[in-house]
Design a protein around this ligand. Structure first.
Ligand SMILES: NC(=O)c1ccc[n+]([C@@H]2O[C@H](COP(=O)([O-])OP(=O)(O)OC[C@H]3O[C@@H](n4cnc5c(N)ncnc54)[C@H](O)[C@@H]3O)[C@@H](O)[C@H]2O)c1
Length: 275
């Protein structure tokens, strides 16, 4: 979708990090915005940064289908169209697979996987009906293309987002729909993701008892990230305009994808992407 001006973007996780940067850059392109997040304060801060942009926002827990349906109603009632959907909200959890908790699986899969499913199901049928170009971008991760020690729950969720996006792409091709699809797979960059616990529901609070050391590694890697959220948002919008499916902003990280694929094709045991 090359022309973004006056079109309508929907962004989940817009109250912080990458979602906020996407909102700022979509606004700079002259888009109208529908912003969603479970964090109302963060959402209000994002909107306050964009005083000259037509926007609406809503508190949404993406793990709940009814809340995405309500977001789609808000988008269509306000602007009559939806062109660019960012399924971006996400959370992270750390620790070895054997000590991960049922709460962690439910929380991370609910937000990172079902959140994307709900976004697709709430918006794509209406995008198909509206008969104008549209595009769906889902934020996976390099952890969706590699297998990172101490990140089993997160990696399973992000691999799911990659294959879900690939299947969506194929389904839309068969339907001959003018709807592009991209899956965004960044490596570490500085945002609030290391503090995902701030949004964790009380009823799903049981953490991996062996997660601390891995969580500290992730926090340090995020702090050391070479690209900023602004850089990732810019590369993402370039990808949308070019109708690029795989968006991998960290060029150096491609090596770890190649290594995993070579392990598979040559029948080797898995090499750690952390070296
Ligand atoms: N930062 C990184 O290093 C990195 C790397 C690869 C992928 N990602 C992905 O980027 C995306 C954006 O994360 P970020 O890095 O900007 O982190 P962030 O924590 O700054 O932003 C995530 C946003 O999602 C929101 N959110 C959490 N649970 C939600 C829910 N149930 N419903 C609605 N909103 C919810 C949070 O309130 C927050 O505003 C995520 O999908 C994350 O997995 C991040």
């Amino acid at each position: 979708m090359q022309e973004l001006k006056n079109r309508v973007a929907i962004i989940t996780g817009a109250g912080s990090g990458l979602g906020r940067e996407l909102a700022k850059q979509c606004a700079a392109e002259g888009m109208k915005l529908v912003l969603a997040d479970v964090d109302e304060k963060g959402l209000a801060e994002t909107r306050a940064m964009l005083p000259d942009t037509e926007s609406v926002s809503r508190k949404v827990d993406v793990s709940k289908r009814s809340e995405l349906d309500a977001l789609a109603d808000l988008a269509y009632d306000t602007f009559g169209k939806a062109h660019l959907l960012f399924n971006n909200a996400g959370v992270a959890a750390s620790g070895p697979v054997w000590s991960s908790t049922a709460d962690e699986w439910e929380w991370v899969m609910g937000v990172n996987v079902m959140g994307v499913v709900h976004g697709i199901q709430a918006f794509v049928p209406r995008m198909l009906e509206q008969g104008e170009p549209a595009h769906v971008v889902s934020t996976a991760s390099l952890a969706g293309l590699t297998s990172v020690p101490g990140s089993g729950v997160y990696c399973v969720s992000k691999h799911s987002v990659v294959t879900l996006s690939e299947c969506l792409y194929h389904d839309l091709q068969i339907a001959k729909a003018d709807i592009g699809v991209s899956v965004l797979c960044p490596a570490f960059f500085k945002t609030g993701i290391a503090d995902s616990e701030r949004n964790r529901p009380q009823e799903l609070s049981a953490s991996n008892p062996e997660g601390k050391q891995f969580a500290e590694f992730v926090r340090a890697a995020i702090e050391a990230g070479k690209l900023s959220a602004e850089d990732i948002a810019r590369v993402t919008l370039e990808g949308v305009k070019a109708n690029r499916f795989y968006i991998l902003p960290h060029k150096g990280a491609r090596k770890s994808v190649e290594l995993r694929m070579t392990d598979i094709l040559e029948g080797r045991n898995p090499t750690s992407p952390l070296g």
